[in-house]
Design a protein around this ligand. Sequence first.
Ligand code: PAF
Length: 230
Amino acid sequence: MTIIQTPQELQDLLKNETRSIGFVPTMGALHHGHLSLIERSVKDNELNIVSIFVNPTQFLEGEDLDKYPNKFDADEKICELAGIDILFYPKKEDMYEDDEIKVISPNIRGYVLEGAMRPGHFDGVLTVVMKLLNIVSPTKVYFGKKDAQQLSLISQMVRNFHMKVEIVPLETVREDDGLALSSRNVYLDKTQRKQALKISSSLKKATQLVIQGKLNTKDLQKEMLKVLAP
Ligand code: PAF
């Protein structure tokens, strides 16, 4: 596996590439969720690339940019063992200059749900994903369905900008107890972990009710709130 640090070097290396390229963009601290994306990429493509870049523009003031888990040595091993050919590990100064042009997420869809709690977060995500896709020019790019709003906005960006890449969305990987795997789960103490689990439990409850034909959203909301109650 080759480790490449600058966009220029990577673009030079890929200049005459004719093989299919699979790409998994990450912020590192890889877990089984990432591994499922990597394994699928390796299965589908002839040349496989993972990027590790903790993208500063998607973190808001006061968020965990400075303490985001860094496990580069372990990540490198995981990628190598999984059959990745190129690990792209750029520095911030190689990815951004001052006062840049940005991708701005759509007014409504980018600023509801997580976007309402983290205004500007998705602008940062879309901007870096646009950069990464332009640098790598992959045939297929792999994202987890866990970050559903991110996946939906990236799909819209690819559609709106007529980008050629195919997006492959993959299922969320969960712990045995139902908690979705996330690099940030290490922040949760026992109580918070229990609370986090209620999110998947409440969604499961709603799914069961819908399967039973109960489609009234107010009733579904009431039942979900019962599960979420402390
Ligand atoms: O999902 C992530 O890890 C990040 O948001 C991404 C897509 C790598 C962009 O920084």
